[in-house]
Write a protein that binds this ligand. Structure first.
Ligand SMILES: Cc1ncc(COP(=O)(O)O)c(C=O)c1O
Length: 470
């Protein structure tokens, strides 16, 4: 039997040998370590690799592992890095909120804040097989076309189902870099970008980082309000509007059929671009998803962004940005300046996976899993927090929970954290004054059977923060 802590024991022995020995001394063999600690070859090799990465040991193929010749001497005095804060002055806008969103928490804490789903819902076997096939292709390790693999661009064009052709797409490494490229490539510092209020805080941070001013346009349960969008274009002179028509993060709305044409008309009238972030395509849980807005765009107003990280796995950091005309060229340049081209093994693995039967199979089981998680959380919230209204989103990964007026979001978040529950406050999702107090609760990362525990902890946190009956 292989013990769980065998890895720790192997590392401990190796460190002791390194400490006591001299550079060039040979370490115990893999076979010896396996036998002594009843460890698997993978466990021993991983421990050795970790020490090699720290520069403590050196692996000589066919001869064994040795204490490394060059061991890093400890610095005599701790470095004084304080000068850097004076030189670098202000931080980058939005970095704290985005860092908080991506923070890793104690494994004991229940995650209701994660914008990705966890391993239980990831197609790990199929991804591993696709990656292995991709890694065996010599072409995968070479320089890739800057605009991305033709087959992958073709796949994105087919998925959109009209309007954009494969040649209109540029492959990027995830939705965030694609949005950053759009703001950098199409905006000029000092200009305004309109966004829905509320909207994805990472998009606002990227826009501000590109020197743009962010102005929010109110939304309701049918998406952005076209009348107010038109007014915002008029008063600000904006040329960019960032929009999530499908299961918007955080509020979950789908832009209604009646508003789609109105929004496109307003954008065309303003001679502006609409950056469509189709991050939740594939995550529709009730009914059918409407097609992307870009399908109805004749004259190159819509810049279409679709990422695979939400629907495949966080490690599938690939996206495509679709645009036509001069805008497409500007976007391609913005992407090129940032990272030249996207890693070949990942692009090839994506093509392998997306064109195999594993992809539709994954989509079906993902939707079933997400639906269970959403329904379990909704039911648990209604049971444990009956004093709040829970609006059920028809897809995506998040619930947008309105709190009683005057609620103190930071205190609630802290009280939840004290009870091993991670939730995210509503305030950072608004460009300016919020319309109320909210929590964003992400059901994507929490197994359905844990929903009652999470809801009961949240109920306690709300009561402790004065947002519930005592
Ligand atoms: C609406 C939206 N767009 C884009 C992104 C960026 O995702 P990624 O860079 O992982 O593709 C996120 C991540 O949370 C998101 O919620």
């Amino acid at each position: 039997m292989i013990h769980d802590n065998a890895a720790a024991r192997v590392t401990e022995e190796l460190l002791a040998v390194v400490d006591a020995g001299n550079p060039g001394d040979k370490l115990p063999s893999v076979r010896e370590l396996m036998a002594r600690h009843r460890a698997s070859p993978v466990t021993v090799q991983t421990a050795v690799q970790q020490l090699a990465a720290r520069g403590l040991v050196e692996v000589r193929p066919g001869r064994g592992t040795f204490i490394a010749a060059q061991r890093q001497p400890a610095a005599a005095t701790p470095p004084d890095l304080s000068w850097q804060s004076v030189v670098l002055a202000d931080g980058r806008p939005g970095e704290d909120e985005l860092a908080a969103l991506l923070a890793t928490h104690r494994p004991e804490a229940l995650p209701l804040s994660c914008g990705y789903f966890d391993q239980q819902l990831q197609p790990l076997g199929a991804l591993g097989a696709a990656m292995a096939r991709a890694a065996r292709k010599p072409a995968a390790w070479g320089r890739q076309p800057t605009e991305g693999l033709p087959d992958l661009r073709e796949w994105f064009a087919n998925e959109v189902g009209g309007g954009l052709r494969a040649a209109d797409f540029t492959i990027c490494s995830g939705g965030q870099p694609a949005l950053a490229a759009a703001f950098r490539g199409l905006g000029r510092p000092g200009e305004v970008v309109l966004v829905e209020a509320p909207t994805y805080l990472g998009a606002m941070a990227a826009a501000r980082d590109a020197g743009l001013r962010v102005v929010g346009v109110p939304t309701d349960e049918h998406g952005v309000r076209p009348d107010l969008l038109a007014a915002a274009f008029r008063t600000t002179g904006a040329r960019l509007f960032y929009c999530q028509p499908l299961h918007a993060n955080p509020h979950g709305a789908v832009l209604s059929a009646e508003r789609r044409a109105a929004v496109l008309d307003v954008v065309a009238e303003a001679k502006a671009f609409l950056i469509e972030d189709d991050y939740a395509r594939g995550l529709t849980l009730d009914g059918c998803a409407p097609p992307p807005l870009s399908v109805d765009d004749n004259d190159g107003h819509v810049i279409y962004v679709r990422s695979l990280t939400k629907v495949v796995a966080p490690g599938m950091r690939l996206s495509a940005i679709g645009a036509r005309g001069v805008a497409a060229a500007r976007l391609r340049t913005a992407r090129l300046l940032e990272d030249l081209f996207v890693a070949g093994p990942l692009q090839h693995a994506a093509v392998e996976f997306l064109t195999s039967p594993a992809w539709p199979r994954h989509l079906r089981s993902l939707r079933t899993g997400l639906r269970q998680r959403r329904d379990a959380l909704v039911e648990a919230l209604r049971t444990h927090i009956p004093w709040l209204d829970v609006t059920v989103p028809s897809g995506g990964l998040h619930l947008w929970l309105r709190l009683p007026d005057g609620s103190d979001e930071p205190t609630i978040t802290a009280e939840a954290m004290a009870r091993e529950l991670v939730v995210y406050p509503g305030r950072p999702w608004f460009a300016a004054e919020p319309t109320g107090q909210y929590l964003r609760l992400s059901f994507g990362g929490l197994a359905a059977d844990l929903a009652p525990v999470a809801a009961s902890r949240l109920a306690d946190a709300l009561r402790a923060a004065g947002s519930g009956p005592t």
